[in-house]
Design a binder for this molecule. Structure first.
Ligand SMILES: Nc1ncnc2c1ncn2[C@@H]1O[C@H](COP(=O)(O)OP(=O)(O)OP(=O)(O)O)[C@@H](O)[C@H]1O
Ligand SMILES: [Mg+2]
Length: 237
């Protein structure tokens, strides 16, 4: 049996009186690429935030590398190796690309920035540009690159392809593939671009009402038009 790097056990969480995650349970094997899909509002973002400690658990547990991290603060989880790229593209607009990346370095030497520029050459060309001068795709690359500089062993990506043109989506996916091959990082990708996410991932989870309702190999789910129609409400070409 492959050892899981992350496990959620019966996680219940929400906002105020609203319960969003209803006994959410799943496990991810180390170095796996897992796609998490589901309709709008089913709790995908909340699931990632619960893993990072940005939403408190009402019950259940989050286990990372065998350690119960349920009560740790977000920065402690980041120290342990969890990386998070939020849906909102978390960059500092008033800082340059270089400065944004320096903020992600933690205690690593400055020349580690080269890793980010090798993965995203487009960012290297714009290293002195301010965050506000970047296109949406470039902001997304910067957000991903900054998270990677912290050398996470598990990276959570919340809709990294959202609102981007097809060519830029392809560029990001190429970088994600490269990142997976080079580093053996474990990735959870939440996406509405189901065909592209399933093309990248190995396994897939479908969420509905804050719980896993379907789990399959990514390629099998991509071919399962009935399941996709039922759970995601979309026809995939
Ligand atoms: N900060 C918040 N306060 C109150 N309710 C919230 C908050 N954030 C999300 N919700 C609600 O929780 C539910 C789940 O939201 P969540 O963002 O996790 O869904 P999602 O699956 O990521 O959706 P989407 O595909 O639209 O990004 C939704 O009904 C949403 O309105
Ligand atoms: Mg979301």
């Amino acid at each position: 049996m492959t050892e899981s790097i992350l496990e959620l056990k019966g996680v219940v969480a929400g906002y105020g009186p609203t319960t969003v995650l209803n006994e959410l349970s799943f496990a991810i094997a180390a170095q796996q690429r897992l796609a998490m899909i589901g309709r709008n509002g089913v709790g995908k973002t909340t699931a990632l935030r619960a893993i990072m400690g940005l939403v408190p658990l009402r019950s259940g547990r989050v286990i990372f590398r065998g350690q119960d991290i349920s009560t740790l603060a977000p920065h402690q989880r980041a120290e342990l190796g969890l990386g998070y790229v939020p849906q909102t593209r978390d960059i500092f607009p008033s800082l340059t690309v270089d400065e944004n990346l320096l903020a992600g370095l933690k205690r690593r030497p400055r020349n580690a920035l080269d890793e980010a520029y090798t993965l995203f050459p487009r960012l290297a060309e714009r290293r002195r540009n301010g965050g506000t001068q970047l296109s949406g795709g470039e902001q997304q690359m910067l957000s991903v690159a900054r998270a990677l500089l912290g050398q996470p062993s598990l990276l959570l990506l919340d809709e990294p392809l959202e609102g981007l043109a097809p060519l830029i989506r392809q560029e990001l996916l190429r970088a994600f593939r490269h990142m997976s091959q080079q580093t053996g990082i474990t990735v959870v990708i939440v996406e509405q671009q189901v065909d592209e996410a399933l093309g990248y991932a190995e396994r897939a989870l479908v969420l509905d009402h804050g719980a896993v309702v379907h789990s399959d190999g990514a390629a099998s789910l991509l071919a399962d038009t009935e399941a996709l129609e039922r759970w995601v409400g979309m026809a995939v070409h």
